[in-house]
Design a binder for this molecule. Structure first.
Ligand SMILES: N[C@@H](CCC(=O)N[C@@H](CS)C(=O)NCC(=O)O)C(=O)O
Length: 313
């Protein structure tokens, strides 16, 4: 059992595919974590008091450090728990590049498929929230379009799945060999989502026999081991601790960031989301960390990836 100071507190809900991605990472690394279940729909006051407004799922907390976005979470887990590595082999750089596609365009495609296939069966509040988050201000038209163009969208997903199925045909257990890697989880969450949440998913995936075997290998990794925690206890944990000490901006920052600046950070997409404001502590090519004071949680440091996020000065 890890000390409370280092305990991984994971804010998520069971149905979230992006949360499942990180749960698989916990499985690969055999980690122990605390499970805080958050609402599927805003408002999420017990989460945003920690994040400063970021409302997406999942969020990881360790003490008074709050890690937003699966990209940031995976990087931090690899830093704190290097073995077994999530990047076996010599291609970590390429794999990080590839993950920008799985987590960006490919995830958005899978969301359109799931929302489009559900059509009028989506509960109104869910359609409105996820429509605005993923399909822009004119989300109602976007939903109709996704529904009308479903066969086209499935064709866009079928091609990469066919490539992966062919790659797995040599009998390898995981995508890049016999060791599970971050890219397995980053691809798997798409397949898990489409299989589990789209009525036509299982029939659509049935042609990919190697992929199915791979899905079983991933599922067999499990999710590490978790015990539940209340959101109130998670907030109390943040309040009782100080964020890790890291300050400084790596040389050559394209935006001229310097520690102490007031900044606002938001996902770099049109999702209608609230920016998180705070004082810059550190930044480099991969991440940005800002300090903020929360009435309930005290001083926290909120970490975001740099790639895929907009920093306003
Ligand atoms: N780029 C983000 C995407 C996160 C994301 O869009 N997650 C979905 C859940 S699968 C979400 O936040 N949905 C709205 C919500 O949970 O409120 C990441 O990798 O963490």
């Amino acid at each position: 059992m890890s000390e409370p100071a280092n305990e991984i507190i994971y804010h998520n809900y069971p149905q979230s595919p992006v949360a499942e991605k990180v749960r698989v990472i916990f499985g690969i690394k055999g980690l122990t974590w605390r499970d805080v279940e958050i609402p599927r729909l805003p408002p999420k006051p017990l989460l945003t008091t920690l994040t400063g407004g970021y409302r997406r799922t999942p969020v990881m907390q360790i003490g008074a450090d709050i890690y937003c976005d699966s990209q940031c979470i995976i990087r931090e887990l690899e830093r704190r728990y290097p073995a077994p590595t999530l990047m076996p082999g010599d291609d970590a750089g390429l794999l990080w590049c590839l993950s920008r596609w799985t987590d960006g365009a490919l995830f958005e495609l899978s969301v359109k498929i799931v929302l489009g296939a559900a059509g009028d069966d989506l509960p109104e509040d869910f359609a409105q929230d996820r429509g605005r988050l993923y399909l822009g201000a004119d989300w109602a038209a976007g939903l109709k379009k996704a529904n009308a163009t479903l066969p086209h969208l499935m064709a866009q997903l079928r091609a990469p799945l066919a490539w992966l199925d062919t790659q797995l045909a040599d009998g390898r257990q995981f995508l890049i060999g016999d060791k599970a890697a971050a890219i397995d989880a980053q691809m798997y969450h798409i397949v898990w989502f489409v299989r589990g949440r789209c009525q036509a998913g299982p029939a659509f995936l049935a042609e990919f026999k190697n992929l199915e075997r791979w899905e079983q290998s991933i599922a067999a990794l499990g999710h590490g081991s978790s015990t539940s925690m209340t959101p109130e206890d998670a907030i109390e944990r943040a309040r009782s601790m100080q964020p890790i000490d890291s300050t400084g901006v790596a040389e050559g920052d394209p935006q001229g960031l310097t520690p102490g600046m007031s900044v606002a950070v938001t996902p770099d997409v049109d999702g209608g989301e609230q920016a998180v404001s705070g004082t810059l502590r550190s930044a480099n090519a991969e991440s940005i960390s800002i300090e903020r004071v929360s009435e309930d949680a005290g001083t926290v440091c909120v970490h975001f990836p740099r790639s895929g996020y907009r920093v306003e000065i």
